[in-house]
Ligand binder design. Sequence first.
Ligand SMILES: Cc1cc2nc3c(=O)[nH]c(=O)nc-3n(C[C@H](O)[C@H](O)[C@H](O)COP(=O)(O)O)c2cc1C
Length: 323
Amino acid sequence: MEWKTRVTELLGCKYPILQGAFGGFGNWKFAAAVAETGAFGLITASTSRTPERLREDIKRCRAATDGAFGVNVSLGSTLKNPEEMLEVCIEEGVPVETAVYKPDALAPRIKEAGLKWIHKTARVKDAVHVEHLGVDAVIVVGLEGTGFKSPEQLPTMLTTIWAKKELKVPFIAAGGFGDARGFLGALGMGADAIMMGTAFMMTKECPLKDALKQVMVQTAPDNQQLRHRVLAIADPKDLEEVMKLRNKMPQGEWLRMLERVNLKDPDWRNPHSNPSAVIDRELRVVSLAAGVVDRVLTVKEFVDSIIQGAEELLDSYQFLKTR
Ligand SMILES: Cc1cc2nc3c(=O)[nH]c(=O)nc-3n(C[C@H](O)[C@H](O)[C@H](O)COP(=O)(O)O)c2cc1C
């Protein structure tokens, strides 16, 4: 079956599946491995660190695969030079995914350069805003997901259905996806593709320790710690306090503090809050998708399992069509 959607047409990938960005380990090798499966791979610019290195990484990725890939440029947070990273993407002609903070300042340059542009957000109203800025597609991440969470985030199902009602541009659903049923469900709710972050972290090619992947695949969807971090609403008092600090400190520092509040980090006031064990640190930011995936597979096996599973499901639903 051919999986053609507005997003596969826009990005040139075979399947309507996108890899999430990963600050710290979203490198070109991982992106190339994902792109090779037919899904859309993503290099995270903050992992490349410098514009020179990003250019090299794009070239290496291109040499390693004929598959489609792009670059995540996260704004307002850890990445110090988003404008320079964007220029590299323009020169190399690689689609860009902006995320984390509003992209208004970069929008004119992206549009003038004619670059393919996706923006990721956690609220439908921000998705509508970037549609007006001329974005080609939007990723809307629901509550079950991770990344930069918003206190106003709604569950993924509601977010996806609402996004379909409000948006004219293609959109990508994200937040807790990791299997064929979720994939098909998102397309059924009107999404043109899904993005997966946490689920791709459990693949063999992901450059993280096996021990972490084992912890993740053994995590149940109702894991108390994970549920609290991902689904619970941040303490209103902490939120109020952090909102008051907004213009009193550098923006990047403030955004990271807000993120710690959203993740219910009890030590959120401490800019160095950083649990020593790697497993703790990483599990601190993974989503409920950790409860959906139960095996460590290669990226090819994983993407194939979603596509084949979805095709089997569609076959098994044939009886519905005859009524
Ligand atoms: C460990 C980790 C690091 C991430 N780093 C970034 C990042 O640097 N920039 C960004 O835009 N999103 C980042 N994300 C968010 C993902 O790109 C993606 O939007 C999110 O994981 C989707 O939700 P899911 O994990 O439920 O699939 C990160 C996610 C994880 C799990």
